[in-house]
Design a protein around this ligand. Structure first.
Ligand code: 6PG
Length: 246
């Protein structure tokens, strides 16, 4: 099946971007619960999704999601304790999950108390429990992604091997990234999603957004170019500053 082309949406400012992202989240949740009885959401870390998480925890959004049917996963995690300021789990927990009626057992965090390799294996087993055979992982309903200034997404950094057959990897992130070891979902898992959404804002991302979306295809150097769901939608949500180079 041919991979989808990105649906690029540009918003005037950050507030409009986050409201639109919240609408996409609510709609994906509603469709998933109606069609399959559960909502498999996969979150990211970094600074971009924080305001969205806060917004989703507020009315009216919090009341528009059937949180009791949600299962929460992470696209990647920094190998730091769960209560560390750099933990992606902690960020989502603090801003969103502790403020909505999600079932605690349905929050599937990466167990960073294990060694990174073991944490990656353990997370692969978690994904397997939700697998959509013949895949060894689920078709996630919504994957929320960010874009790093070097073109990385999740913790798939430039130079990551192109072929992955496993669902999760332990990776060494570049030293300037908090938590230099990480666990990440791999490209095949992200590309099996029913919907993948990039949320990017700020002038500092303008040039990398333009390269990833409209520049030469260099998937090894620009890992975000590798995210093309096989049978799903791909939405790039940008504020005007991040879209300035396109
Ligand atoms: C992480 C991420 C990572 C992030 C990008 C963008 O844990 O850091 O999942 O892939 O989405 O680095 O980060 P910002 O939102 O901070 O720009």
């Amino acid at each position: 099946m041919a991979a989808v082309e990105p649906d690029v949406r540009v918003f005037l400012d950050l507030a409009a971007l986050n409201r639109a992202a919240a609408d996409v989240f609510v709609e994906a949740a509603s469709r998933a619960v109606t069609e399959r009885g559960r909502f498999l959401i996969c979150l990211s870390g970094g600074t971009s999704p924080g305001p969205l998480y806060s917004l989703l925890a507020e009315s009216p959004y919090r009341d528009l999601v059937s949180w009791s049917s949600a299962h929460v996963f992470w696209c990647d995690e920094r190998c730091v304790p769960a209560e560390d300021l750099n933990s992606n789990y902690r960020q989502a927990q603090e801003l969103l999950l502790s403020r909505v009626p999600v079932i605690a057992q349905n929050i599937h965090r990466v167990r960073t108390e294990l060694d990174p390799e073991l944490a990656a294996e353990d997370y692969a087993l978690t994904l397997l429990r939700f697998a959509d055979p013949p895949l060894a992982w689920p078709r996630l309903d919504l994957v929320m992604l960010g874009l790093g200034p070097d073109g990385h997404t999740a913790s798939i950094f430039p130079g990551s091997p192109l072929e992955a057959t496993e669902s999760t990897w332990a990776v060494h992130a570049p030293a300037n990234h908090p938590g230099t070891q990480r666990v990440t979902l791999t490209v095949p898992v992200l590309n099996a999603a029913r919907s993948a959404v990039f949320l990017v804002h700020g002038a500092g991302k303008a040039s990398i957004v333009a390269s990833v979306l409209y520049g030469e295809a260099q998937p090894s150097l620009l890992p975000a170019q590798r995210i093309r769901p096989h049978d799903g939608t791909l939405i790039w949500m940008l504020d005007a500053d991040a879209a300035a180079g396109t």
